[in-house]
Ligand binder design. Structure first.
Ligand code: SF4
Length: 458
């Protein structure tokens, strides 16, 4: 009963977060940077920040995450970290030989006011950046935003640093996947290939954070979007940005910088969002949807209809990142479930409006909060109990205290494996989501059913 002190009465809090539903901006920037081939993320701040950010990613992805740090001590904290970063850039290119160093700031370096662009320019002038190598940077103070905005800032900086317009279109479509699992990025590429769309996906952590155990250590794994592909994004026919918060800014910058038109879509979780993604791909490629994709869709529809009796009007509480929650809530509504409590730690009123729109026709009140925390979600659950909880690993305390069936989904998942290998996007991913949800609901039924209704066949 770890959260037994959570009271039922909800009191408005302005200056206190309890059990946050988000984490540091730099974690998102680091995850995005790992999606560039041959890139070493660099944390411009103290060693403690870098150690925390690396371990957060390592614990979720179960892969070693390498990143460098400017190692601020008292001197840098007072006078600024320029000297540390210049030294770091020289050392990193000499010792580790990455193609790209992706620098993100931290609370400390932002508070001092270090200017990453000015420091990178100085490094260039002083010959510390070898020919053909690159230093990019994103501003990611953690006292604003969340890991989601940090991810978005680093993806935008990729466009600013690399995208080039040569004047000759390359016939490809840029896909910005947003913060999804490496397996999801693989699945998005597979769907695009099936529909017949030549694409550049960036960032791309597949093959980086879900690579094979080969017995050989590679400082820079085989996966990731290459610098050549990042440059070529400026010559693409168009951009599909998946998730407004994660990918919208980068897509719009690409539009204004290189005149590549963009469309911002929801992340393709669930039936309808995947339909919209496939439809956008189909229109770009000028083709009809191939039979193979239609078959996958039909299988998802079949499973939904088979399982519908167990889903109907089950109440669900969700916590996670905004782009993911928007699509998941839509999916749950499609299944005739009732998402009654929805919390994200990332601020933004547009999220609350979107969830209200998606749930407008439901026969129940829906609580939604952007910039909320898990304490609030727990209080809402105490007032209006639910049949299912969906969220990251931290939800396990709530699930145990309130005895609620629990599906782990989102970031971080620290106590289970497999999320980096099994996609939940697309039609195939929809099958996996349904299986996970139905599994916990029927396990609960089996646990609670009296002997006379304890059935072999369900
Ligand atoms: S909140 Fe700021 S100081 Fe703390 S780990 Fe994150 S970046 Fe570092």
């Amino acid at each position: 009963m770890l959260l037994r002190h959570t009271p039922k009465e909800v009191a408005e809090r302005k200056a206190l977060t309890i059990n946050p539903a988000k984490t540091c901006q730099p974690i998102g920037a680091m995850y995005a940077a790992l999606g560039i081939h041959g890139c070493l993320p660099h944390s411009h701040g103290s060693q403690g920040c870098c150690a925390y950010h690396r371990s957060a990613l390592t614990r979720h992805y179960k892969e070693p995450v390498s990143a460098a740090t400017s190692s601020f001590t008292e001197g840098a904290s007072v006078f600024g970290g320029q000297a540390n970063l210049l030294q770091a850039i020289e050392n990193i290119f000499t010792v580790y030989e990455p193609d790209v160093i992706a620098v993100h700031t931290t609370c400390l370096s932002e508070t001092i006011g270090d200017d990453l662009k000015q420091i990178a320019d100085k490094a260039q002038k002083e010959g510390k950046i070898p020919a053909g190598k690159h230093v990019i940077g994103a501003s990611t103070p953690s006292y604003v935003g969340s890991h989601v905005t940090g991810f978005s800032a680093m993806v935008k900086s990729m466009v600013a640093a690399f995208s080039e317009k040569t004047g000759k279109k390359n016939g490809k479509v840029n896909i910005i996947p947003g913060w999804v699992e490496p397996a999801d990025m693989e699945e998005i590429k597979r769907l695009a290939t099936l529909v017949g769309v030549e694409h550049i996906l960036f960032p791309d952590t597949s093959g980086v954070l879900n690579g094979p155990l080969s017995g050989e250590y590679k400082m820079f794994p085989d996966g990731g979007t290459t610098v050549a592909d990042l440059k070529a994004t400026g010559d693409a026919m168009g951009t599909l940005a998946l998730g407004e918060l994660c990918s919208g800014d980068a897509a719009r910058l690409l539009d204004s910088q290189c005149k590549v038109p963009c469309k911002v879509l929801d992340m393709p979780f669930g039936l309808r969002a995947t339909d919209r993604f496939v439809d956008a791909l189909r229109i770009l490629a000028g083709v009809t949807v191939p039979d193979e994709v239609a078959l996958e869709r039909g299988q998802l529809v079949d499973l939904i209809s088979d399982m519908h009796q167990y889903f109907y009007h089950k109440k669900v509480a969700l916590v996670g990142d905004p782009d993911q929650l928007v699509s998941m809530v839509e999916f749950l509504v499609t299944l005739d479930m009732l998402p009654v409590h929805v919390v994200t730690g990332t601020p933004g009123k547009a999220f609350e409006r979107r969830i209200k729109e998606l749930t407008a026709g439901l026969p129940c009140e829906v609580n939604v909060r952007a910039g909320g925390d898990m304490f609030l979600l727990h209080q809402w659950i105490k007032n209006e109990p639910v049949d299912l909880l969906i969220g990251n690993t931290y939800c396990k305390y709530m699930a145990r205290d309130e005895d609620i069936p629990f599906v782990r989904w989102g970031f971080p998942i620290l106590d289970r494996q497999g999320h980096q290998y099994f996609p939940t996007v697309g039609y195939k991913g929809g099958l996996r989501l349904l299986e996970k949800i139905l599994g916990v609901l029927l396990d609960r039924k089996d646990r609670d059913d009296p002997e006379q209704t304890f059935e072999l066949v369900l």
